[in-house]
Ligand binder design. Structure first.
Ligand SMILES: Nc1ncnc2c1ncn2[C@@H]1O[C@H](COP(=O)(O)OP(=O)(O)OP(=O)(O)O)[C@@H](O)[C@H]1O
Length: 619
């Protein structure tokens, strides 16, 4: 275990760096020509697989079009070479951009149609590639292939395959792309991709545009396929249309599943195994499609998550055995050390007579409420009275049949959830909604997606703006975790936390954006007494900082403790709206909310009733 601890103490980036240096040095270490060619083909396959990983593993969209982008890149480079533009940098840029354009053009209709459409359109795109090449036969060489390419050059210098200069180009481009991809997937955009994959609802609630992000995942994934095509075209200086057919598309999918779709390193491992293993044998080529098909059926079931998942599970076991993971319990913050919540410019939330029916079920029937900045407005009511529907309507998940919703001066009814989030509305979910495979700190930081925007370009190149925003994201997430007493869990896997902790995590996630309107949906359920107290302190701090807080809650004591105003819903309509003291004694609320008749209850209040009920339960 000491060895494992020492290995874990080494910065994690040093391992891929060591591997990259080793691959660069392979020819110098005596690797023969045939094997260097295989390593180049493995790099090229890894580039294509990485594109599928981005789209399938991260953005959650099965899109098989990478083979078509690969062909687009190869023919772009090939035709440039024949036209005398042999510079490899020029070819790579052009091939990448052409592939990106193909990705965007084919992705838009596929994604607009929704559901499985992108999988289907990209699948047909791959089937069409040989025909498209044949139709433009005069330019592309048709089924005979494109020959007559000139050797690639770099700034005027001819890259000599004999002394492995072209090998170095292939490996350096692959390393550079994987560095870019890693930068992307560990950034807020990468977390947004994973969030999207798991739950488009959650992604849009933190300000991610689902359509735009899925398109980006698919289109960015096209770029490395284009690079791979350009690199491939210059290896043999001949392009055969057979290289881009359905068998290749299936090999890409198989390598992606084998390595693990949601892993940068999985793409490298899957491609390396596929290229350096079965692909080398001529016999295998004959039965390749049967093998890939069989693997996808069996491997897809037995190896979900791929080798990357097995590797991560083994590492987690070793970490636990070496005592490198912590316990899942909230640590009490030392008295008086709770971080101060920065001032928030809250917005007035006005809901005016909204109605919503699901089929024949009238979930909301002309309900209204007003929540003021710097106040907690509680929304209470029996199960099924329409509280969550009201929150979903404010957030843009449901379109009201009638009525208006105003956040400050912005009318938001009918707007998409990501737009509403960008207006400053943050929420928690009744069932905590947290993306898989992210740490607690990353999950909390993801709440800042629509704050301090930073482009993907700045992200992958780690430009100063990215660094500033990243530092702010982490600092705010750390502070929010401290507020909910979870700092010590920052590096744990978020989904592995118990229910109460996941609820607090959601509160922390919605706090980091400095929300103008904060919607909390039954956040106290599943929390122990200390956690409820901590939560109550935090809600008070947020209220005092200026936020508009809407609290949907069944814990009536907590409601009385925190609320400035209480709105009571029953069967989709507001039956009472007033101060806690007024609501507590309202006979209609007593009878509708707790089913207590005033005569029977006498002068009792709701809090008395709840106390009586909890005594009955305990006894
Ligand atoms: N997507 C939906 N499709 C159909 N019916 C729905 C949908 N969402 C809510 N409803 C119905 O609308 C009514 C109000 O549900 P809602 O979840 O808003 O109540 P609630 O007050 O939040 O209840 P709870 O306290 O149990 O969470 C219920 O009858 C519910 O079955």
């Amino acid at each position: 275990m000491q060895i494992w601890r020492s290995l874990r103490a080494v910065p994690s980036w040093s391992y891929p760096l060591a591997l990259a240096v080793l691959v660069l040095l392979l020819p110098a270490l005596g690797l023969d020509f045939a094997m260097t060619r295989q390593v180049q083909l493995a790099c090229i396959l890894a580039l294509v697989v990485s594109g599928l990983s981005l789209s399938l593993g991260y953005a959650g969209e099965l899109a098989l079009g990478q083979a078509a982008m690969y062909a687009a890149g190869a023919y772009t480079a090939g035709l440039m070479s024949i036209a005398g533009y042999t510079d490899i940098v020029l070819q790579l840029v052009a091939a990448g951009l052409v592939a990106l354009a193909v990705g965007i053009v084919t992705g838009i209709p596929g994604l607009r149609l929704g559901s499985w459409s992108l999988a289907m359109t990209s699948f047909f795109l791959v089937l069409l590639v040989p025909d498209i090449i044949a139709v433009f036969g005069e330019t592309t060489g048709g089924r005979n292939g494109l020959s007559g390419l000139e050797p690639a050059t770099l700034f005027g210098h001819v890259l000599d395959p004999e002394n492995n200069e072209y090998y170095l180009v292939v490996v350096v481009v692959t390393i550079a792309w994987f560095a870019v991809m890693r930068n992307l997937v560990v950034s807020r955009h990468g977390i947004a991709f994973r969030t999207l994959k798991q739950s488009p609802v959650l992604a849009s609630s933190v300000g991610v545009s689902v359509f735009r992000m899925k398109l980006l995942g698919y289109a960015i994934g096209a770029f490395p396929a284009g690079l791979a095509g350009a690199l491939f075209a210059n290896i043999d200086m001949y392009i055969s249309p057979e290289a881009f057919g359905f068998t290749f598309a299936t090999a890409v999918l198989a390598a992606c599943i084998l390595g693990g779709a949601a892993s940068v390193y999985g793409a490298v491992v899957g491609a390396a195994i596929m290229q350096l293993g079965p692909n080398q044998s001529a016999d295998f080529q004959e039965y390749a499609l049967v093998f890939y098909g069989g693997f996808l059926i069996v491997g897809g079931v037995l190896l979900s998550g791929g080798l990357a998942k097995l590797g991560k599970a083994a590492m987690a076991r070793l970490d636990r055995a070496a005592g490198l993971t912590g316990a899942h319990a909230a640590a009490p913050a030392a008295e008086g050390t709770r971080p101060v919540v920065d001032p928030i410019v809250g917005e007035r939330l006005v809901v005016e007579g909204i109605a919503k029916a699901f089929g024949g079920n009238q979930a909301l029937d002309g309900a209204s409420l007003t929540a003021e900045p710097g106040q907690v407005t509680a929304l209470i009511g029996p199960n099924g009275s329409g509280k969550t529907t009201m929150l979903n309507m404010i957030c843009g998940f449901y379109k009201p049949d009638s009525g208006r919703i105003l956040v400050g001066d912005n009318e938001v009814q009918g707007q998409s959830p990501d737009r509403v989030a960008r207006v400053g509305v943050a929420r928690t979910f009744q069932t905590p909604n947290i993306p898989e495979h992210v740490t607690v700190l990353e999950a909390v930081a993801s709440g800042r997606y629509s704050t301090d925007r930073v482009s993907m370009f700045a992200t992958v190149l780690r430009l100063p703006r990215y660094r500033r925003v990243r530092a702010a994201d982490l600092a705010e997430a750390e502070r929010a975790l401290e507020m909910v007493g979870m700092s010590h869990l920052r590096d744990e896997t978020a989904t592995a936390l118990p229910l109460g902790m996941r609820r607090l995590l959601e509160v922390a996630r919605s706090v980091v954006a400095g929300p103008r309107v904060l919607l909390l949906d039954e956040v106290a359920s599943g929390l122990d007494e200390d956690e409820v107290e901590r939560l109550a302190d935090l809600i008070r701090d947020l209220r005092d900082a200026g936020a508009t807080v809407v609290l949907v809650e069944h814990n009536f004591r907590l409601v009385l403790e925190l609320a400035n105003r209480i709105v009571v819903l029953a069967q989709g309509a507001v039956i009472a709206d007033g101060s806690p003291a007024e609501i507590e004694q309202n006979p209609r609320v007593l009878s509708e909310y707790l089913g207590v008749s005033v005569e029977a209850g006498g002068a009792r209040t709701i809090a008395d009733e709840e106390a009586a009920m909890s005594t009955e339960v305990k006894s």
